[in-house]
Ligand binder design. Structure first.
Ligand SMILES: [Mn+2]
Length: 325
């Protein structure tokens, strides 16, 4: 049997889900199975174009990625809220009741959900992968212990999370999934293919922190920063809380390709305290997001407008922070 594994690309949970399923398949279903791995990316149009083979000897599995009504989809595991691209797809999933299609939008990670299902359904021994599964669950749920853990990413699993999100080398994607099946996270993170790629990312992170130390200001519970003059500087949404762990909210301005971005967030380590609805607040300015984090995108030449919006939003959030105490 040849198994084609479609998995969520550029994502630690996606790579881990792919490795766990392949390992389960080889151990419990077919020791002689061969595998190929195809990274899948969300987007508009038919994202499954070319993903399914007409060869009847190929078994298809899709992990940590959206549903396809294609009858060739043999196995499916997902936990994304946005798993169904249309009502027709959702209705198809409900109607077919496929015994090898598994979906739980309440699962924090696909890795843990898949491992649990493979244990129950196929008797897969997940114990050797307990560390990997626990880290995938923490990472996909963004349950970082502290801003320092989220920003510095010192633990091997978090180094590998950073690596997998930026890697674009197709051969190394396969090597990484293979490594996840047989080696510890510490062993993989120490590999030169990982450390070489991480070095420039660590430099960029330090550059962001240096700039934020100069420019980010905490006032009345709200951190504001403006790095619009730094082209394409990506500020991690956790970095402001690393500098100001007590902050209630963050309002930041940056320049990304083709847009001026106004980022608005609430402190994820103090989510119990949040009273402002950031999706609603950003919505007033043509943006959107979630109750806890959102953004407004403007054109590259609308910096003055963006600064005006940022000041207004910061004022609303300072009042919210004042009442939160
Ligand atoms: Mn996931």
């Amino acid at each position: 049997m040849h198994v084609r594994v479609l998995y969520h690309d550029h994502c630690f949970d996606g790579a881990t889900s792919a490795a766990l399923f392949a390992e389960c398949y080889a151990q419990r279903l077919s020791p002689s199975a061969s595998f190929e791995f195809v990274g899948m990316n969300h987007g508009t149009g038919d994202v499954f174009a070319g993903a399914f083979s007409d060869d009847p000897s190929v078994e298809h599995v899709c992990v940590d990625f959206r549903y396809s009504a294609d009858p060739r989809l043999g196995w499916w595991f997902d936990h994304h809220q946005s798993a169904f691209m249309s009502d027709a797809d959702a209705a198809h999933f409900q109607r077919v009741q496929h015994r090898r299609h598994f979906y739980d939008p309440k699962a924090q990670s696909c890795s843990k959900f898949l491992a649990d299902r493979c244990h129950t359904e196929l008797g897969f021994d997940t114990a050797p992968f307990a560390d990997l599964i626990a880290w995938a669950d923490l990472i996909d749920g963004a349950r970082f212990a502290s801003p320092e853990q989220a920003v510095m990413c010192r633990e091997p699993a978090l180094q590998l999370m950073t690596w997998v999100e930026q890697n674009r080398d197709p051969q190394l994607k396969l090597r990484f999934i293979d490594d996840l099946r047989r080696r510890s996270l510490a062993e993989i993170a120490a590999e030169s293919y990982v450390q070489t790629a991480l070095a420039p990312l660590v430099e960029q992170r330090d550059e962001v922190l240096r700039l934020l130390r100069e420019r980010a200001v905490l006032e009345a519970g709200v951190v504001t920063y403006d790095v619009v003059d730094q082209a394409r500087l990506q500020v991690s949404k956790f970095a402001p809380y690393f500098l100001y762990p007590e902050a209630h909210y963050v309002v930041g301005l940056s320049s990304l390709p083709g847009r001026t971005k106004l980022s608005v967030g609430s402190n994820p380590w103090r989510s119990d305290r949040r009273t402002a609805n950031i999706a609603t607040l950003c919505g007033r300015y043509g943006g959107g997001g979630h109750p806890a984090v959102g953004a407004v995108s403007l054109l590259p030449d609308e910096v003055a407008t963006a600064r005006q919006y940022a000041a207004e939003i910061a004022a609303v959030l300072k009042e919210a922070a004042r009442q939160e105490g």
